[in-house]
Design a protein around this ligand. Structure first.
Ligand code: SIN
Length: 339
């Protein structure tokens, strides 16, 4: 971490003080020319420049900024997750910080957001944002997304709602949000639940609440030693070598991106039965992209000891499984039914 910047706002004493933690991503990306939105380098623009590009920010909040990392989020690591969550929790424990905004790449934002949702120990607002176009692009979406994220984080209404994602004028819950488009600026959706609310022109509004426990009510805490958990997909003609390789590598858990209701090719069923016999936790999710995965009882879950992921996609199911395994949670189906 480096570069701490303070931007003084108007009426400084009355404005909320928001910590902006930058991790990289396209929002901090730069290309050689303004029409280039694919051949750029992510995570190269510093947090001070990101903030400078947002007119009006200083009338919304006093900003404390930190550069946590400068990466393309495809390269996010569990070690950096630990560093980020520890820093967020430390900042939120300070009386002089009212909320946190995290700038992140869009590619793995949903995983980091869900991790924070389960491990932040504060009711103060935490809002992630990102961009689909680099900072150098015509109509870059980062500055407005950042302004909107700070607007949400600076509002008392956002407290106690778990970790939020402010993107393209919409507010999503970290639990439900997923990236659904490779290029469009409305790249995020919450497939089964819809948006939590919207933010526009300095005003934001929730349209629904969230029911499942998070942050202060989560039983999970951030860990330093991450259990190894892999993901395998089921598809036509799939070989079992992927699962066998994971088992050989010593994974503690496997998430299956199954077909339909988390079903899988018979080849995988046999390989996972073998893995489960060795004490490896197996969670069935779906590659479909929306809907939920129900327990399928005698067909597999009861027989093999596998767990259904509900509405969590494979990547979020992996986050929850890693935390549950680290916490030595005994009843994994209860964990997936709860969170
Ligand atoms: C990244 O995830 O860091 C690159 C892509 C993006 O932010 O849109």
């Amino acid at each position: 971490m480096n570069a701490v910047t303070i931007i003084a706002g108007m009426n400084t004493s009355s404005l909320p003080r928001i910590a902006v933690l930058a991790t990289g991503g396209t929002i901090a990306g730069q290309a050689g020319d303004a029409s280039n939105t694919t051949g750029y380098k992510a995570g190269v623009v510093g947090v001070d420049k990101l903030l400078d590009a947002v007119p009006g920010l200083s009338s919304v909040a006093r900003i404390h900024a930190e550069q946590i990392a400068s990466i393309d989020s495809k390269d996010m690591s569990p070690a950096l997750w630990t560093q980020l969550v520890l820093r967020v929790n430390a900042l939120l424990a300070q009386d002089d910080i009212d909320g946190v905004v995290i700038t992140h790449g869009t590619d793995t934002l949903e995983e980091t957001a869900y991790l924070l949702h389960l491990t932040v120990k504060s009711a103060k607002p935490v809002v992630l944002t990102a961009a689909m176009r680099p900072s150098s692009a015509l109509s870059a979406d980062g500055p407005l997304n950042l302004l909107n994220a700070v607007t949400v984080a600076a509002s008392k209404d956002a407290a106690g709602q778990g970790v939020l994602v402010a993107f393209n004028n919409q507010i999503h819950s970290a639990r439900d949000v997923t990236k659904t488009n490779t290029y469009a600026v409305d790249a995020f959706r919450s497939p089964e639940t819809g948006v939590l609310g919207f933010v526009q022109d300095g005003r934001f509004e929730f349209q629904r609440g969230i029911v499942r426990p998070h942050t202060m009510k989560s039983e999970f805490a951030i860990v330093e030693n991450w259990p190894m958990v892999g993901i395998v997909a089921s598809y036509v003609g799939v070989l079992r070598v992927g699962i066998d390789a994971l088992v050989k590598a010593g994974v503690a858990g496997i998430v299956v991106a199954g077909t339909g209701n988390g079903s899988m090719h018979a080849t995988l069923t046999q390989a996972l039965a073998d893995a489960a016999k060795q004490g490896i936790a197996v969670v069935r999710s779906s590659r479909v992209g929306s809907g939920h995965v129900m327990r399928n009882g005698a067909a597999s879950d009861d027989a093999l000891g596998t767990v259904s992921a509900g509405t969590l996609n494979p990547y979020k199911a992996r986050v929850l499984l890693m935390l549950a395994l680290a916490a030595n949670a005994q009843d994994l189906q209860r964990v997936f039914d709860t969170y």
